[in-house]
Design a binder for this molecule. Structure first.
Ligand code: CO
Length: 141
């Protein structure tokens, strides 16, 4: 396991449209991606950039009541911080590392919103923080 950059902070929202307008008008965000559906995860997502290739905010809106984000919003109606995502150079090595330590991994390694492999670690094994591990995108991705 080799800790890489903090790629993004996942923020659940009941409305990506509202949150994007807020980031643009109140926070002065300039670069915001087009929202897109990740149907396999039951969510719509959108990335707000911070300058100079900094950490992004990943806005996450549930696509239906079956979405895991739906339950989160029932407990946190305004939305809120949902997860943090760190990059690693080698996703398989990172998974082996955490499995070897007996940490709970939520589901299989799968392709995440940046098109690279990701997995999630259970918050109870990560000091209370739902943590996404993501393979660093290759140059030019
Ligand atoms: Co994420």
């Amino acid at each position: 396991m080799k800790l890489g950059r903090l790629n993004h902070i996942g923020v659940a929202t009941p409305s990506i449209a509202y949150s994007v307008a807020y980031y643009r008008e109140v926070m002065g965000a300039v670069e915001v991606s087009e929202p897109f559906d990740m149907a396999s995860q039951g969510v719509k997502v959108c990335f707000v950039d911070t300058p100079n290739g900094g950490t992004q905010i990943e806005l996450i809106e549930p696509l239906s009541e079956a979405s895991p984000i739906h339950g989160f919003l029932e407990k946190n109606p305004l939305g809120g911080q949902h997860h943090v995502c760190f990059e690693v150079p080698d996703i398989a090595a990172a998974r082996d590392w955490f499995e070897g330590l007996g940490k709970r991994i939520l589901g299989p390694t799968r392709i995440g919103a940046h098109g690279t492999p990701i997995f999630f670690l259970h918050p109870k094994d990560m000091m209370g923080v739902l943590t996404e591990i993501m393979e660093t995108p290759r140059e030019g991705h």
